[in-house]
Design a protein around this ligand. Structure first.
Ligand code: PEP
Length: 250
């Protein structure tokens, strides 16, 4: 059985004052039936990890460098993310692929480094609107999947998030049929590459404009094991509602 996961990506939002959200979430979900992960900006990681230490909330970074140390101004290594108290890291988010020209090969090297540091990776894949309209979605997702996911993948160290780029922050979502098609495809590719044991144990999240009012439909789709939530994770009530909906779907 794959335990469901509600992950929040705060992106470049939040300050120390905003960490109260973690306390409020911990209060509202004292014994959650699903895993809860909050990924704040790097500046907040250790303070967030301190707050989460006594709660059933995991803390994750939003990126890490593939190298352990060196002349990489502005970057942080996987060991640094771990040292700050995080236990997970998002990798290959489309905003990093687009804004920082990250390739799938680089994402794979980052994932290797993250696994070596003991971090669980949330590896993001997603097609653009042009790619979907050209009926290239599965081809794009298949290529990103095989290049971004390292050979050392297990169900414990890797989560895959399917995030159509055109659905992120837009209020648009694919149909449940479209989500199911991509999730079933990813599951089948994982089983082919890693065998049924590992392939069936990797959790698959959907991400892209998940809100309290569309979460139930999305969580009912086959092979959707939770969500990676951007905007709605910044609002405690909304994220808490999404967690409740996920618990009810478990
Ligand atoms: C994201 O950035 O990973 C995301 C899914 O954002 P939103 O929920 O705001 O679409």
């Amino acid at each position: 059985m794959r335990r469901k996961l509600a992950a929040g990506n705060w992106k470049m939002n939040g300050s120390g004052a905003g960490l109260d959200v973690i306390d409020a979430l911990a209060q509202a979900h004292r014994d959650p039936g699903v895993d809860i992960l909050i990924c704040p900006p790097a500046t907040l990681l250790s303070r967030a990890a301190d707050r989460a230490a006594r709660a059933q909330v995991m803390i994750g970074g939003q990126d890490c460098h593939a190298e352990p140390s060196g002349a990489h101004t502005g970057d942080i290594s996987a060991d640094m993310v771990r040292d700050a108290g995080a236990t997970a890291v998002i990798l290959g988010h489309s905003e990093r692929r687009e804004n920082h020209a990250e390739t799938s090969a680089e994402v794979r090297e980052k994932a290797r480094a993250a696994h070596a540091a003991g971090l669980m990776t949330v590896i993001c894949l997603g097609e653009s609107l042009d790619q979907r309209q050209a009926a290239n979605t599965l081809e794009i997702i298949g290529a990103q999947l095989s290049l971004s996911v390292p050979d050392c993948t297990t169900g414990e160290n890797t989560v895959i998030a399917y995030e159509p780029i055109w659905a992120i922050g837009t209020g648009l979502t694919p149909t449940t049929g479209q989500i199911g098609e991509v999730h079933d495809f990813i599951r089948s590719r994982l089983e082919t590459r890693f065998g049924a044991g590992v392939g069936r144990s990797v959790r698959l999240l959907y991400g892209g404009s998940v809100k309290p009012d569309n979460a139930a439909g999305i969580f009912a789709v086959s092979n959707v094991d939770g969500a990676l939530v951007g905007g709605a994770s910044l609002k405690c009530d909304d994220f808490s509602s999404i967690i409740n909906v996920l618990e009810a779907a478990s």
